[in-house]
Every structure is written in C-alpha cells, then in structure tokens.
Design a protein around this ligand. Sequence first.
Ligand code: GLP
Length: 255
Amino acid sequence: MSERVVVVPDFETMSQSAADSIFEAIRRTPSLLICAATGSTPTRTYGLLAECCTRSPELFRRVRIIKLDEWCGLNADDPASCEMYLQQHLVQPLKISGDRYIAFRSNPENRQAECERIAGALAHKGPIDLAILGIGVNGHIGFNEPHAVFAAHAHVSELALESRQHAMLSKSTVDNPQELVRYGLTLGMSDLLQARQVIILASGSSKRQSLQRMLDTSATEPASPASFLWQHHTNAVCICDQAAMQDDHRDAALL
Ligand code: GLP
C-alpha cells in the first residue's frame, strides 16, 4: 500500500488528520488558496478549522477559499446549495472576506458565462494551493463525473443519477430537487491536477467501492475521475477511515 494512503480508525481521526495538514499548509503559506468540497465528508474537518479560528483568528486572516462545485437550479439561499454549506461551515466561521472567496454563483442565468468567470478568476488568482476533496459513490470528484474524457477547467456537467441522489439535495426547499437539478458547475480536472497539494478524504462503508477503484492503479477500465486524479497528481494523499477501506488494504499505514 502506498505511503500516500493514510488509514485511520474513524471519522474523527480522519478529520483531525486533515485539519492538521491544513494548519501546517496555512503556516507555510498564510494566503493559502483552499479548494473546498462540500458534502458530509469534510464537515468535521471544517469544524476543527472553525474551532481553531476562534482561538487563533490571525492564522486565517489571509486564507482564501474557492468553491469546488455547485448544483445548477438551486438558489444560493436554498439549504441544499453548496453556497449555503460553505457559508455555514467555512466562509462565515473563518471570516473569509468577499475578496478572498471565489465561488460559482448559485443558479446563474448564463451557466457558461459563469464558468468562464470562475476560470478567469482562477487563472488570475490560482493555482489552487490545497484541494480538500471527497469522492462520490460513483467515483466523481466535484461534479467531474465518470466520462471517457474529462473537462480541463470550470464547466457545466451533466450529473449522474448517483450524484442527483446525494443526501445534500434532500435538504432543499424545492419540490423534487432530484428532478430539477440535472446539471452542476464544477472546477475541472486540470484545475485539480494543477493544485499544489491534494487531500482526498473518504469515510464510511458507502465509499469502499469508489475508494478501492481509485487506489487500484492497475485497473484498465476507463478511469473514474478519482482514479485519474490519483494516478496523475504528484502530490496527492488520501486520508480514509477503516470503514471506507477494503479488507485487503488493511495493511496500509495505520495511524
Ligand atoms: C457532492 C459534492 C462534492 C462532494 C461529494 C461527496 O457531489 N458536490 O463536493 O465531494 O458530493 O459528498 P459526501 O462527502 O457527502 O459523500
């Protein structure tokens, strides 16, 4: 098992380990540009950053955030939007000012123009210093879905059924969000490959299959976005808990 994979006993230890890596990165680079995923996996990690910010606000004074992805069709104030999630878990607790936050607008009138705006902002202010990512149950990263060819930069992505069944959408105030939300806005594969450091988090048995597929570098089938990133990024680590790890990988570097 690669030393790039760190298996920890549980969700809390995974979150602490990820938070420690983020603290270290911020100490090295106070204006760190963090690409932030949403979903359940990084929530406690972000909570630990928020707790640290209460104790040591000066550490976060120059930190910048870029939103990884957003559902198309939800307003910013919808409880299921990635915007609401990031505002609640990162932007407000870490007091990230508007000039330090790059984010797809929720539900833009012109999706293509919005992607171009974000691509321009990243070209100007990037690259990403540290990407905190989760894996979808189908191996997606952000809303880069399993396809034969991946888009390089910010783009509109047609969502896979598994992505539209994500628990986040059940919080929406719209009727049938799974029917309404058919597309997402997401940073692209090159944006993530150019990130100086990537941390992929995986927790729980629902991630076993996608994690196994990501780590199996001998797989000849078309790569999932997670496995493509894993194989091609030179500074990516995976922190996962035992529940997410298959039995045959239990000999990995146990913390
Ligand atoms: C959604 C989010 C992604 C997230 C992924 C995994 O697609 N838009 O940013 O990484 O789901 O979510 P979870 O951690 O809840 O499994």
